[in-house]
Design a protein around this ligand. Sequence first.
Ligand code: C2E
Ligand code: CA
Ligand code: CA
Length: 578
Amino acid sequence: MRSRSDGIGAPDASLPKGALFSCDQAGLAQLERLSGLGAWAYDPRAGAVLVSARVRDTLGLPDTTEATLEAVLARLVSPKARNLLRARLHNLRMAPVPGQGDETDLAAPLRFDTTIATPSGKLRRVRLRAELQPAPCARVVGTLEDVTHENRDRQRLWRAANIDELTGLMNARAFQNRLHQAVRSGETLALVLLDLDGLAQVGDRLGAAQADAVLREIAAGLSGLVGEDGLVARLAGDEFMLMREDPDPDTAAQSMATRAFAALAEPFRIAASAGFALDAAAGLATRPGDAPDAEGLMRALRDALSEAKRHGPARAAFLRGETRARFEARRDAIAFVQEAVQAGRLRAYYQPKVCFASGKIVAYEALARIMAQDGTISGPEQWGPALDDVDCARRIDAGILAAVLQDLSTDAARLGRVGVNFSEFSLRDPSFADCLLAEIARHRLSPDLIELEVIETVLVGERMGPLSQGFRTLRAAGMRIALDDFGTGFASLSHLRDLPIDRIKLDKSFVLGLDQDPRNAPILRAIIALAHALDLETVAEGVETEAAVAFLRALDCGEGQGFHFGPARPFSALPALD
Ligand code: C2E
Ligand code: CA
Ligand code: CA
């Protein structure tokens, strides 16, 4: 392409008179003054460029030389931008004589931002605007604005909003934006949600700076794994996301995870030599296979991750088949319970405990029920998985306690002693005992009306200390404590010795299976004998038949609970105790 500058009013002799710039240097200077922007003009037919002093200055074009189009284009850093601008201007040059042909397309205003490099090596961001002047001039006039500072500010803001400061990776917000965008454009995606374990210990022992250094190292290791068009983001503390578009997303996700674990091996090895056990697990998901939308994908990834963690270190898992169904059932149960609790449809139902010796109801167990919108009542059989959710279990426990205290306030004599179930999540709360006693006191009730039913499995493992302290506080206040489902968990017999327990509840599986398996009878016999020896009271659950009653009564079991004596009923349906 031929391009040249004509200087002020120095027409090219080869061009027809009047075809060159009637807009001369003085005109540009005037434009520049008015707009505060650099001004330039280009004659497409002559291929000639005219630039104002400010444009010269911004581009770093020497005053003395002619400004040729190529000299201007050479300043553009991006070859793509250079070609684009050249093509646009070339098109204009090849345009039919304005007014004589179709110039609508070519006359579309041009506006774009690009980066230029000055001869001294400085990078500047400039904004170019141009328009084709209407016939009969048929030239392009444009402005050039140095937006370096504006751009720097905007970049700073953009970085603050989108980049994780510590690692330089994309942050959660930016990732979500990118994911939504990918979903909108229907991309086939492979995703890996990577979770690290053990970093907190590094922070605790060596300080945050050291933990940050490890994180940076890990981030650097992960950065190279996803290819040019993939991305790595840091979603939270020690949670990373890898994503790429791939026609075979299953294989891509699997291979990203494998390579991620490999990339982590070295930092993990270094940490191990310093005495830290770092671990990683990965949840995998693909689009559209596992979910079509962003929310579904995130859910699938989180579920897959928790599934992967169950299988031990350095595991990656998809959430498919049976596992997926289990997670979905759990999610449905949680949603069902949350909605019901919110809407005040949680109910305490009471199942009688009958004294074998007297045949009378002496106590009740409060059992959680949910009333559906259509009035039907359901129990944990329908939504049991929600009891494994911290939030749901706590809400149920609190809701049932509130209902029990309310009913006791109404008529304590009708209920007698009430067994209340508390999940491990409630029991492990350090303020549990104090809060429970405060609630009871608020209702002006006596703690000895309540019996805490604690599942045996709660007693397994560490941190027994605070738990037994809480039990002692409650017991000192007069509350009774029963060990629930006894014989099925993994509690050690030493708990019977060391914990302040009043009663054991024989698990219903032994009683229900009395006539199916001859080994149930000696187990029940042994447990009841043990309880007697330790001076603990006994309640047998799952008493459904007269035969079970006779068997347990003969063993001198204290109380029985089961469908033989009646199911759980609402407070209003309970008979008065004699
Ligand atoms: P659990 O504490 O062992 O409660 C006894 C369960 O056995 C109840 O089931 C009861 O309906 C059932 N049952 C009673 N008699 C018989 C019988 O003769 N035969 C048979 N086959 N079953 C009988 P439910 O109400 O479905 O509760 C199941 C579990 O859900 C409870 O077992 C308890 O672990 C939990 N749960 C119930 N309410 C609460 C609560 O308010 N908080 C917490 N954290 N857990 C609760
Ligand atoms: Ca119970
Ligand atoms: Ca039980």
